[in-house]
Ligand binder design. Structure first.
Ligand code: F0G
Length: 465
């Protein structure tokens, strides 16, 4: 049986088909910042896989029969049952999205000056650690540095560095160890069960809480069943349960692998910590049986959390991303290997060699994909991760110039992805034509969301100025 999407389409939404002059105008009006575009200007939106998934008929049916009671709604108990069945954690707090879970957990757990270790912090996770006067430190495994290698678990934490930090002079500063599955900041790469087990043992030995940032727990579990010996005969749901069992709790944005438009969960083993979190939840999000969500959101998430671990769905989704990666490679555009699931990370630095980091090759490729085909994606390079001075001049470039094409769940078909590949190929057929960019209005905070840029045409020799 060939791999096909294991669902058919029942409700459709037209997507805008635009002309190049229209896109040129839209991008200029947006200050050459793709975050400023309006939805009606975008043909294929690969900006994020968060909150952008398509609901199933079962989720929509659950929304209609949801319970909007203020306290003790049936919807909450159905949500709690779905999360408990998956994670095994006794205390389950709904929140409106992942970053609220981060804020509530960190505020209840950390003291200023403490250190948080993670394979790679997502940007809001880092921000919430730093807002409390703590330090967020990434410890990616050494294999992650080679974008082209086919090492299966490049999302792993560096266990040797973790052990050294916990045992060393900074050990008593470590307030929390996190593991982001899959590692979104690190190319969407998975974390192995072996790595989770070693991390769990180290945290137990040193008495440090170990929490999963589990936004893409099902995709991580699927990749474990495909890549880790010993787990090939397990279902993704079984692997996910084993992963949750190794930690003291999780924060999970359910806008990804919960297939919800909004929602997240903070689930914990420790009663005293959960009680502190619950007080903050009630003060800042909502009562403990809704946490800032409507009953219908809770019910849709309860169903989404069951649908997301279906092997046929995960197999088809993984195959879609891999197909896109293969088509891009055939067009001469490399991406981070091995291909993950939620996104393709194109190596813009390698494609646009005529653009130095201060001309933002990742941003240039992202803009060009929009101009050529109405595709929206996000730069993960020197614009987002580099260090700038107060005038917006790049001082330290990012280690890589990547572009993330995140794939919403159950939204685009294979032919949409093949269209994306055609647009990539068109841009790659003449890369030196792609102009670099310079900052015209730098924003001191959340730069990549707020800055305005302008293209810098290539000089006649093809070199960026
Ligand atoms: N953790 C990870 C690993 C994430 O990828 C995200 C969000 C969050 C936490 C925060 O969750 O958005 O519900 O508050 N990632 C989105 C993305 C925004 O596009 O990768 P949230």
């Amino acid at each position: 049986m060939p791999l096909i999407e294991p669902y058919r389409i029942k409700v459709v939404e037209p997507i805008p088909i635009t002309t190049r002059p229209e896109r040129q105008r839209a991008l200029a009006d947006a200050g050459y910042n793709l975050f400023n575009l309006r939805a009606e200007e975008v043909t294929i939106d690969l900006l994020s896989d968060s909150g952008t998934g398509a609901l199933s008929a079962a989720q929509q049916a659950a929304a209609v029969s949801a319970d909007e009671t203020y306290a003790g709604a049936r919807s909450f108990y159905r949500f709690r049952e779905a999360v408990a069945d998956l994670t095994g954690y006794p205390r389950i707090l709904p929140v409106h999205q992942g970053r609220a879970a981060e804020r509530i957990l960190f505020t209840s757990l950390l003291e200023p000056g403490q250190l948080v270790l993670n394979n790679t912090h997502f940007d809001t996770t880092r921000a919430n650690v730093e807002l409390l006067g703590c330090e967020a430190r990434d410890l990616p495994c050494p294999e992650a540095a080679d974008l082209d290698s086919s090492e299966p678990f490049k999302g792993n934490i560096n266990v040797a560095a973790l052990a050294k930090t916990l045992a060393g002079p900074e050990g008593n500063r470590v307030g929390l160890v996190l593991m982001t599955i899959t590692n979104n900041g690190g190319g969407g790469q998975p974390v192995s069960m072996a790595n989770l087990t070693e991390t769990s043992e180290l945290c137990q030995r040193y008495g440090v809480p170990f929490i999963l940032d589990a936004a893409r727990f099902a995709e991580n579990a699927w990749l474990v069943t495909q890549r880790e010996p010993g787990y090939r005969h397990r279902t993704p749901r079984e692997v996910a349960r084993l992963a949750f069992a190794l930690a003291d709790g999780c924060m999970a944005s359910l806008k990804k692998d919960g297939i919800g438009h909004i929602g997240a969960v903070l689930a914990l083993r420790n009663e005293a910590l959960a009680n502190r979190c619950e007080m903050l939840l009630i003060a800042t999000e909502g009562f403990r049986t809704y946490g800032g969500l409507a009953g219908r959101d809770l019910d849709m998430l309860a169903i989404g959390l069951r649908e997301i671990t279906e092997p046929e769905y995960l197999a088809a989704r993984a195959a879609g991303t891999a197909h896109l990666a293969d088509l891009a490679a055939a067009a001469g555009v490399d991406s981070v290997r091995p291909t993950g699931i939620h996104a393709l990370y194109l190596n813009a630095g390698r494609l646009l060699t005529h653009l130095p980091p201060h001309r933002y090759p990742g941003h240039a490729l992202a803009c060009e994909l929009f101009l050529a085909g109405g595709i929206r994606c996000v730069e993960l390079g020197s614009l987002y991760l580099g260090k700038q001075d107060e005038h917006g001049t790049l001082i330290t470039p990012a280690p890589y110039e990547l572009v993330r094409l995140a794939i919403p769940r159950r939204v685009y078909t294979q032919s949409h992805l093949e269209y994306v590949a055609e647009v990539i190929a068109e841009v790659a057929s003449n890369p030196t034509r792609v102009p670099g960019y310079q900052m015209v209005e730098a924003s001191p905070l959340l730069r990549h969301f707020n800055s305005r840029l302008e293209p810098v045409p290539a000089s006649p020799t093809g070199q960026a100025r």
